[in-house]
Design a protein. Structure first.
Length: 124
C-alpha cells in the first residue's frame, strides 16, 4: 500500500456528514494531506505510510516545512494530527507527539481511524 491508497481507504469509511478534502498543493510546501470539517470543528491531518513498524519508537518522517506548518497551526489552537499507517495497524500522533515519537502499543484499524476523525469533527 502507499500513502494515497491508505488515505483513500480512510475517506471511504467517513460518513457523508464529515466534509473531507484530499489536499494536493504543489505551490505551498508543508500543507497537510487532508482537511476535515463537521458541525463541531475542523481538523488537519498529515498521513504517512510505513511498511514496517519499528518495535520501540515510531517517529513520522516529516519535512521541515511540514513540522513548521503543524506546529504553527497547533500554536494557533487548530486541530492537527499526524497519522502513520502500516500493514499491522495505524498510529495517531497529537499535540506534538510527532516530534518525540511514540511506542506502537495502541494500534488502530482503518475503521477506527475514520471513527476517530468523525468523533473529533462531528457532534454525535
Amino acid at each position: 500500500m502507499i500513502e494515497s491508497t491508505f488515505t483513500r481507504s480512510v475517506h471511504t469509511k467517513l460518513p457523508k456528514e464529515v466534509y473531507h478534502w484530499k489536499i494536493s498543493d504543489r505551490f505551498t510546501a508543508g500543507v497537510p494531506d487532508a482537511y476535515y470539517s463537521g458541525d463541531k470543528c475542523d481538523l488537519w491531518i498529515e498521513y504517512k505510510w510505513i511498511n514496517t513498524l519499528p518495535k520501540k519508537l515510531v517517529t513520522p518522517k516529516l519535512s521541515k516545512l511540514q513540522l513548521e506548518w503543524l506546529e504553527d497551526r497547533r500554536a494557533q489552537g487548530r486541530n492537527v494530527a499526524v497519522i502513520v499507517g502500516s500493514p499491522k495497524g495505524h498510529l495517531i500522533f497529537l499535540d506534538g507527539e510527532w516530534v518525540q515519537g511514540k511506542a506502537p502499543t495502541e494500534l488502530y484499524t482503518t475503521r477506527e481511524i475514520a471513527n476517530w476523525i468523525t468523533n473529533t469533527v462531528q457532534d454525535t
